[in-house]
Write a protein that binds this ligand. Structure first.
Ligand code: NAD
Length: 354
C-alpha cells in the first residue's frame, strides 16, 4: 500500500511523525509492506510552490492507495487566486470523498465529559451542504451582495443524500444496527426534507436496521445527556462537522476523534481537529486522532482490496489504543504526562509486542 503523507501545519508535523512510527510498527507486525511518499501541503507548499496544493500533488495522490493529511491552518487560506486553497476541501472535492466517517467512544481509564460510556460514529456528508468552497462547480457560493449583505448558498442533492445514507446503513450493519438521522427539516423543509426522504428510502434495503430521526438542535441535548443511545448518526455536512467535534470532546478530547474521508476510489485519513497553533511545537499535542484515522485508512484499504492483514492491523491499532489509555500512556489533554513523540513511541512498541 502506497500512502502519500502530507504532515500539515501547526501540530501536524509532530502528530504525523508519531503516526508514522505507529504505521511502521503495524506494517512490520502484519507484513503490510507500507510505502510512504512524503510531500507537502498548506503553508510549506505555499512557500515552496506558490500554492497550498498543486495539480501535480493531486495526480500523485490519485495514483497512490491512500492519503494521510495532517491538520491544515485553513483559516489562514483566504484567497484562492494567491494559491491559498483549503487542502481539505481540495482533496474532498477532487477525489469525491463524500463520506466523512468520524467515530467517537469513551475509554476505560480515561476521564470523559459524557453522562455515560458510549461508542458511536458520525457519518457526515462531505461534498456539498453549506460549504461554500465546494458546493458549486466554479467560484464560491458565498456572495457579498452589498458591503452589508451576504448570501451563502447550501446545496443538497438526491445523489449525495442517497450515497451518504448508504454508507451509514452499511456501517450500521457491521455495528449495532441502529441509524439516527439528524436534520433541520422543520426549517430547511425542502433540502433536509429530501435528506430524510432519501435516508428512509435507503433504509428499506436494510430492514434489520432500526431508524430514528432528530432535529439537530435537540440532538445536541440528547448526545450530551445520553450518548449511549446512539450507534451510527447520519447527517449533512455542517451539522456533522459540529456534532462530531462535540462527540470527540465528550469522549475526553478533540484529540481523540478519528476521521476518514472516503469515496469509491480514494480515501484520506485526517485528524478531526485543526492545526492547534496554540500548542504547536511544544510536543504536547495528542496524536491519537491522526493514529485512529490511519487505522481507519488501513481498514478501508483492507475492505476494498479484500486483504485481511490490513483489517487485522486496523483492529490491532484500535485495541492498542484502548490498552495505551488504560496504561496511562497518553498526553496531558487526557490526563497523562507523555509528550506527543513519546506517546507515539509507546503506542508503536505496544503494537509490536502484542
Ligand atoms: P483546533 O481544532 O485546531 O483547536 C481547538 C482546540 O482544541 C485548541 O485549544 C487546541 O489546542 C485543541 N486541540 C486540537 N487538537 C488537539 C490535539 N491533537 N491535542 C490536544 N489538543 C488539541 O481549532 P482552531 O484553533 O479553531 O483552528 C486552528 C486552525 O485549524 C484554523 O486555521 C482552522 O481553520 C484549522 N482547522 C483545520 C481543520 C482540518 O484541517 N481538518 C479542522 C478544523 C480547523
Amino acid at each position: 500500500m502506497k500512502i502519500v503523507v502530507l504532515p500539515g501545519d501547526g501540530i501536524g508535523p509532530e502528530t504525523m511523525a508519531a503516526t508514522l512510527e505507529v504505521l511502521d510498527a503495524a506494517s512490520a507486525r502484519f507484513n503490510l509492506g507500507l510505502e510512504y511518499d512524503h510531500d507537502v501541503a498548506g503553508h510549506d507548499s505555499l512557500q515552496r510552490h506558490g500554492a497550498t496544493v498543486t495539480p501535480a500533488l493531486l495526480e500523485k495522490v490519485k495514483a497512490a492507495d491512500g492519503l494521510m493529511l495532517g491538520p491544515m491552518a485553513t483559516y489562514d487560506f483566504k484567497d484562492e487566486a494567491k494559491g491559498e486553497i483549503n487542502p481539505s476541501k481540495f482533496f474532498r472535492k477532487e477525489l469525491d470523498l463524500y463520506a466523512n466517517i468520524r467515530p467517537s467512544r469513551t475509554y476505560k481509564g480515561l476521564t470523559h465529559r459524557a453522562a455515560s460510556d458510549f461508542d458511536l460514529v458520525v457519518v457526515r456528508e462531505n461534498t456539498e451542504g453549506f460549504y461554500a468552497d465546494r458546493n458549486i462547480e466554479s467560484g464560491g457560493s458565498e456572495m457579498l451582495i452589498t458591503p452589508d449583505v451576504v448570501v451563502s448558498l447550501r446545496r443538497i442533492t438526491r445523489l449525495c443524500c442517497e450515497r451518504i445514507a448508504r454508507s451509514a446503513f452499511e456501517l450500521a450493519m457491521t455495528r449495532k444496527k441502529h441509524v439516527s438521522i439528524v436534520h433541520k427539516a422543520n426549517v430547511l423543509k425542502i433540502g433536509d426534507g429530501m435528506f430524510i426522504d432519501m435516508c428512509h428510502q435507503v433504509a428499506k434495503e436494510f430492514p434489520e436496521v432500526q431508524v430514528d430521526d432528530f432535529i439537530v438542535d435537540a440532538m445536541m441535548a440528547h448526545v450530551v445527556r445520553a450518548p449511549q443511545r446512539f450507534d451510527v448518526i447520519v447527517t449533512t455536512n455542517m451539522f456533522g462537522d459540529i456534532l462530531s467535534d462535540l462527540t470527540a470532546e465528550l469522549s475526553g478530547s478533540l484529540g481523540l476523534g478519528g476521521s476518514l474521508n472516503a469515496g469509491r476510489e480514494h480515501a484520506m485519513g485526517q485528524a478531526a481537529h485543526g492545526s492547534a497553533p496554540d500548542i504547536a511545537g511544544q510536543d504536547i499535542a495528542n496524536p491519537f486522532s491522526l493514529i485512529l484515522s490511519a487505522a481507519q485508512l488501513l481498514g478501508w484499504h483492507g475492505q476494498r482490496k479484500n486483504q485481511p492483514a490490513f483489517l487485522a492491523a486496523a483492529h490491532a491499532m484500535d485495541e492498542a489504543l484502548v490498552a495505551a489509555v488504560q496504561a496511562g500512556e497518553v498526553t496531558r489533554d487526557v490526563g497523562g504526562n507523555l509528550g506527543t513523540a513519546a506517546t507515539g513511541r509507546a503506542f508503536a512498541q505496544r503494537l509490536l509486542k502484542a
